[in-house]
Design a protein around this ligand. Structure first.
Ligand SMILES: *Cc1c(COP(=O)(O)O)cnc(C)c1O
Length: 381
């Protein structure tokens, strides 16, 4: 079955009692039992809920995985995956990681005896150099946020396997429509389904997907024990999102390409980060592991005035100034003071994230209108 068919049908069938085409929202905390511990597969909604099961099956199918555990947020999923480790273990991650991931690693998990190294993962020598005897997990985001660097997933998987470490890919930016890390050998995929999978900026939700039965059992155990589970209505919203994921991603990619090309040709623009450009340093890897280049673009103006960059984010009329990404509507933001403010300034600058950088989440509006909007805003600064 191809992607678009799975997106609409995987894990979902008409409701067995009423024939309802849409998966019902099983808004219940508990389930009747006929005798103690005898039930129809569900006993308590933290452990399992039929609406959540439908979403988990759907997301597993889209990533080409056998198991999926859904969480109440992307951070909930990330928290659960790191809990596969134990005190004394070491994790290697990229140095332009999502700010919240950096924060939970350093501010929450370091306290429990886990050690972290943050490196430029686009060069495999760096990963090999960072390996320690106790390295048990290598964490990849690709494309990275907000610099849109590309990490070669197959290379990381190879290094991780040799080191007997788990490889984890945060696939939020690419989505399974553009990139399927499990097929490239990764052990676990995590998602902030809040972004493209939900797609409509109306739900916070996360997921972890794997093909490995023993990893899945541990994840389900942590899901039930720590309890960061999504409610049935949120699962319903995410499922409504996956039905159009393929359609939305095609338009996100088309519009991002148009916007990136416009920016690259603009005399006031210094640098455009977009993996679809032939001159992007990792374009070849992106072209190999992704089927298209996604909906995110970031750029700097020639002016090194931080205030000018911040002003620009308030001059657009269609692009809304807001954090987050992946919704149908276009968003603009200033990473250094917004999404990436939780990264210490030295870490930020070391990773190449300048204070003048502007990030765009290119939506699915008419692409020409988006270009016109950016054009008038840039002319004003
Ligand atoms: C937003 C995001 C997260 C966190 O997800 P939430 O749903 O906000 O908890 C993790 N990773 C990436 C790449 C993200 O963009």
């Amino acid at each position: 079955m191809k992607f678009g068919t799975k997106a609409i049908h995987a894990g979902q069938e008409p409701d067995s009692t009423t024939g309802a085409i849409m998966t019902p929202i099983y808004q219940t905390s508990t389930f009747a039992q006929s005798e103690p511990a005898v039930h129809k597969g569900y006993d308590y909604s933290r452990a399992g809920n039929p609406t959540r099961t439908a979403l988990e099956k759907n997301l597993a199918a889209l990533e080409g995985g056998r198991y999926c555990a859904a969480f109440s947020s992307g951070m909930g999923a990330i928290d659960a995956v790191v809990k596969l480790l134990k005190s004394g273990d070491h994790l290697i991650a990229g140095n332009d990681l999502y700010g919240g991931t950096y924060r939970i690693f350093t501010k929450v998990f370091e306290q429990f005896g886990l050690a972290f190294d943050f490196i430029d993962m686009s060069k495999k020598e760096n990963i090999k150099k960072a390996l320690r005897r106790n390295t048990r997990m290598i964490w990849v985001e690709t494309p990275t946020n907000p610099l849109l660097r590309i990490v070669d997933i197959e290379e990381v998987v190879k290094i991780a396997k040799e080191a007997k470490a788990l490889s984890v890919v945060d696939n939020t930016f690419a989505t399974p429509f553009l990139q399927r890390p499990l097929a490239l050998g990764a052990d676990i995929v995590v998602h902030s389904a809040t972004k493209y999978i939900g797609g409509h900026s109306d739900v916070i939700l996360g997921a972890a997907i794997t093909n490995d039965e023993s990893i899945s059992e541990k994840l389900y155990f942590i899901q039930k024990s720590s309890g960061a589970v999504p409610g049935p209505f949120d699962c319903f919203l995410a499922l409504r999102g996956t039905k159009t994921l393929h359609l939305r991603m095609e338009r996100h990619c088309e519009n991002a390409r148009k916007v990136a090309e416009f920016l690259a040709a603009h005399p006031k623009v210094q640098k455009v980060n977009y993996p679809g450009f032939k001159f992007h340093p990792n374009h070849a890897v992106a072209a190999r592991q992704m089927s298209d280049f996604g909906g995110m673009v970031s750029f700097t103006l020639k002016s090194d005035d931080i205030e000018a960059a911040k002003k620009l984010t308030t001059y657009t009329k269609i692009f809304t100034l807001a954090e987050s990404l992946g919704g149908v509507e276009s968003l603009i933001e200033h990473p250094a003071s917004m999404t990436h403010a939780s990264l210490p300034k030295e870490v930020r600058l070391q990773s190449g994230l300048e204070d003048t950088l502007i990030r765009l989440s290119v939506g699915v509006e008419d692409g020409d209108d988006l270009v016109e909007d950016l054009k008038q805003a840039i002319e004003r600064v």
